[in-house]
Design a protein. Structure first.
Lengths: 415, 254
């Protein structure tokens, strides 16, 4: 990450300006990362806030988060498949199948919520194993395999919900995921714990590296990062803790929606998996150069299957969140635009369609862009037709940024 | 001196085609053994047999004077035999340290031990006097051809290997980079490793090697000391399998 001269036993930590310069160089060299998504998010939010002040209300902000949660979670899983240069077009309806299984378990069978959730995620694992094995062992392009699965799962959802009835969900725990909020104080406590833990981790890491004579991030840079996290997190929690019920005496509606900590926990787990374990390292390696990975003794087939398993399992969780938000499951759960929004979210966030590049956080940023477009344009009173066209254009734009930055990187020798 | 690697009477066929006939080869610690031969002479097949990618049909395989069986690339790696292939098998999207430890990462529990890996990589590059890379945390994509070759070689010596086989390491490099890599090859041998260098370039061969082994149509034409032969003799051995008293008579090893 940091630029230094030759590997010498003792290295000076580069200053914050050197870090910043290195970052600018990387961006110029075509490694844009999440920059376009962050930029897009800022522009979109500003435009909508000016045109429709209601966009900035606490109620709309909370609504936006729960609206985009399911797509974002599916996109987080898709990152794993995209990292290998593969694609999973069936993720949307896989989430529908898992949601239908959840609903049947809860309603028809009357089983407790944890059994139903377990069954839904298990279904995701089975789906992922099947698709992954076909792709890896038979060598059929994932595009074709998952396109077939897309059609098949669409049918399976129809069969599961018995030709078009709607299965209502009444289980309190499941419903609370998308409809309940954290108590305001708990929101503050969780944020404080998160910021302190982040600062502690960064500082110990920097100190340990410095004591071993390795380059470490300067304290000032760590302070900036921790400060940014505290500021953005603080603003969000403050905003969401504002009472948004029309009649607070009857029912109070304040606090961080429960899906937010759910997504944060998933983000932490998956990021740890990608960044800190050999598994994640091998996933990037297979995406970058499968032959090199194979020669290094990595089982490429197993990596592929595991990526599809993670993708479908995350789709299952996305399905559960969607079912919770709609309080029901119908034949269109996980259908229509869910998959395309999810792929769009991952790509808009900066995950490369060519494999080997991407982060779980990207999916969240991209998911936020998609959710803001959907929500903001809804507020402006545009029809679904216009929304689809705008989202499509943004996706195309993101893919262009990906392709162009790749070209530029090749020209500057940075990939 | 015992050769670090010794092959005797290796035969290898692919179906009806016999690619290697009764090939013998020795590589000594502290020396660079150049393996030369025309296209199709069997150099790559021989190297793949050594590396365990192909099994041998018959013949003996000695490592440090002891007979061994090599059934897979893992076996060869476990003995301390590393092969740097022509297409370097590096991942562009990973940095130098990540590439050097790919598939053999150091871990503490389930967490990658980045600091130890970074230290070991830095020490290895230091020991090879590699000073051309700016940071060992830069992506391999940003390296030049020579630097990539250096990383691939450093990756091979990271594991206390005893025999390093380099398949045409300078084929795609410019003049200055070729010189750098050859210097590195020489340094590996000076550190006591047995180095086998496959090359088409006679200048490279005469610049760094101690011995030259010439393959001709799947047979070992001659294995001689570099100081005992001339440029012209080696070319003759490569193209016709014999040169004066050296080489094959009627296609059979003398």
């Amino acid at each position: 990450m940091t630029a230094t001269i030759t590997p010498k036993p003792v290295q000076e930590s580069p200053s914050i300006t050197a870090n910043a310069r290195g970052y600018v160089e990387r961006v110029r060299g075509g490694d844009m990362g999440a920059l376009p998504a962050v930029f897009g998010l800022v522009v979109l939010c500003t435009v909508f806030a000016i045109l429709r002040p209601a966009f900035l209300s606490s109620g709309n902000f909370a609504n936006l988060l729960t609206q985009g949660a399911a797509v974002t979670v599916i996109a987080m899983g898709l990152v794993f498949v995209l990292l290998l240069g593969e694609i999973d077009l069936s993720a949307g309806f896989a989430s529908g199948v898992c949601a239908a299984i959840l609903a049947i378990m809860l309603s028809s069978q009357g089983l407790p919520w944890y059994v139903a959730v377990g069954a839904a995620i298990l279904a995701g694992v089975v789906i992922g194993t099947t698709i992954g094995s076909i792709v890896a062992k038979l060598g059929i392009p994932s595009f074709v395999v998952t396109l077939a699965a897309f059609l098949a799962f669409q049918g399976l959802v129809l069969l599961l919900v018995k030709g078009g009835t709607i299965i209502a969900i009444r289980d309190e725990t499941i419903l609370s995921i998308s409809n309940k909020n954290l108590p305001p104080t708990l929101g503050w406590i969780l944020l404080a714990v998160g910021v302190v833990a982040y600062a502690g981790l960064q500082l110990t890491r920097a100190r340990k590296r410095a004591s071993r004579g390795l380059t470490s991030d300067p304290i000032s840079l760590i302070a900036v990062r921790v400060g940014a996290l505290a500021l953005l997190g603080g603003l969000a929690v403050y905003f969401l803790n504002i009472e948004r019920s029309r009649n607070a005496a009857v029912v109070s509606l304040a606090g961080v929606p429960l899906v937010v900590p759910v997504i944060v926990v998933l983000l932490l787990i998956l990021t740890f998996l990608l960044r800190r374990t050999a598994y994640g390292r091998h996933l990037y390696a297979v995406g970058g150069n499968a032959e090199a990975a194979r020669r290094a003794g990595i089982n490429v087939d197993r990596m592929k299957i595991s990526a599809f398993v993670i993708c479908s399992s995350m789709a299952a969780i996305g399905g559960i969140i969607a079912a919770s938000r709609a309080s029901s499951v119908d034949p269109n759960t996980g259908g229509s635009n869910v998959l395309l929004y999810a792929v769009g979210a991952a790509v808009i966030g900066g995950t490369s369609l060519f494999g080997g590049k991407g982060r779980v956080l990207d999916a969240i940023l991209g998911g936020a862009v998609v959710a803001v477009i959907e929500n903001g344009m809804g507020l402006m009173g545009y029809s679904s037709g216009v929304k689809y066209m705008v989202t499509g254009s943004v996706l195309l734009l993101a893919a262009m940024v990906d392709a162009l930055s790749r070209k530029r990187a090749a020209a500057t020798g940075l990939r | 001196m015992t050769p670090a690697l010794e092959l005797r009477g290796i035969d290898k066929s692919f179906g009806p085609v016999q690619v290697l006939h009764d090939v013998s080869l020795s590589a000594y610690p502290g020396e660079v053994t150049a393996l030369v031969g025309d296209n199709g002479a069997g150099k790559s097949t021989l190297v793949k047999c050594v590396g365990g990618i192909h099994s041998i049909d018959s013949g003996e395989y000695f490592f440090d004077g002891k007979a061994v069986q090599i059934g897979s690339p893992r076996d060869a790696a476990d003995l301390g035999i590393e092969i740097v292939y022509q297409d370097l098998a590096l991942c562009d999207n990973l940095d130098i340290v990540q590439n050097m430890f790919l598939g053999r990462e150091h871990k503490r529990g389930i967490v990658l031990d980045e600091d130890t890996m970074e230290e070991m990589a830095a020490r290895t590059l230091e020991s090879l006097s590699v000073r051309t890379v700016k940071s060992i945390r830069q992506l391999v994509a940003s390296l030049s051809g020579g630097q990539r070759q250096t990383v691939a070689i450093a990756k091979a010596v990271l594991w206390n290997s005893k025999v390093v086989i380099l398949d045409e390491p300078t084929a795609a490099l410019g003049v200055a980079q070729t010189a750098q890599v050859l210097e590195l090859v020489r340094r590996l041998a000076d550190q006591g490793l047995a180095v086998v260098l496959i090359s088409h370039n006679m200048n490279d061969v005469f610049a760094v090697s101690d011995r030259i082994a010439t393959l001709y149509l799947g047979r070992m034409a001659a294995q001689v000391k570099t100081s005992d032969v001339t440029h012209a003799q080696v070319v003759e051995l490569i193209t016709s399998g014999r040169s004066g008293d050296l080489g094959l008579t009627n296609g059979v090893t003398v």
